[in-house]
Design a protein around this ligand. Sequence first.
Ligand code: NIG
Ligand code: FE
Length: 410
Amino acid sequence: MIDTVVYGASELVVGPEESYADGAVVVQDGRVVAVGPTAEITREYPPENAVQHVDADGRAVLPGFVDAHTHGLFAGDRSDEFAAKLRGKTYQELLAEGGGILRTVRAVRSATDARLLGNLLGHLDTMLAHGTTTVEVKSGYGLDTATELRMLELIDAADARHPVDVVPTFMGAHAIPEDRDADEYTAAVVDEQLPAVEKQGIAAFCDVFCEEGVFSVEQSRRILEAGIAHGLTPKIHAEELTHLGGAELGAEVGAASADHLLHATDEDAARLAAADVTPVLLPGTAFSLGADYAAPERFTDAGATVAVASDFNPNCHSPSMGMAFALACVGMGMAPRDALDAVTRGGALALGRDDGTGTLAEGAPGDLVVLDAPSHVHVPYSFGVNRVATVVKDGVVVHDADGLASGEPR
Ligand code: NIG
Ligand code: FE
């Protein structure tokens, strides 16, 4: 018996080059086994014979969103900083005063495991309801070995408990703790944290905030190279608030992604494309900081596939990929179809996934969303409104706001 058939989609998006009007998709053992026109697919795989079937009935079916950049595990409340920034305070001023990341570090260090895990699971519920089926979550609010390891353990625990696939990134180099200087703390990340993170065996990536007043290019290089030696693929927060050289470093160390890139140049874009580093653009951050958006065409002209992610964190407090999608279109000028590719396949590339994640091609994970609207354009068109009705993860209906699904998973 086949696991899941979704049929009758007014638009079924397989990937950037392929979609069907009146499409259907079949998932078996967590993977897409057939995709095409409804008439053809349902002849071979009658929906009533499947364990679960979803009559999309004129709604769009898209690959699940892949959110490749979040700091989704945190505690505390920084809404007052949002208000202060609207009055003209800058992100760097808040950090220099011990606010921003450092304030969340204090909140995380003093929070219980149960509180932290509960917070993350709650955010994952929201993400799932908004169509995210894979999300990267960074550590980096511990800034000491014990708390960084604790964060990774909780990220791993959330992954085990929640249908959303959670990808763990070690980001001990997220800020300089108040009692250390940058060189001292860089040495602590390299000599103490990274060996412990490797031994723990949870993290897949090592990320660093390469920024004026945070980690210099040289310090970032030391951390990312040590990360590679400890089995972690590099990622880098680059050219977010100033142009420092993080994108060039990302290309040199072969990072999976370089993220933010608000101040990147054409040369940076060419280097990233040549080194196959995925540019991850985070329009929600620019929106919430009132900053200028990154320029996607800089990277696409250089031949790169860009990703768009949420950057969900206490500074950019929206876990919605629909919102990121809308901002990619309205703020960064992306065509909806290109933005869709960036929030799905682009995100998967930034996470080093080459198994079809972010598409509905044969063999890809059976991760998809059914909208309550006839095409993907309605996601950015209805900015601020969640158009996701049903979510299927690994071929199992895990969210069904409108009751479109029939049958129970095995
Ligand atoms: O990606 N830039 C550094 N890190 C986060 C912000 C984290 C925070 O402010 O808590 C980012 O925007
Ligand atoms: Fe970030």
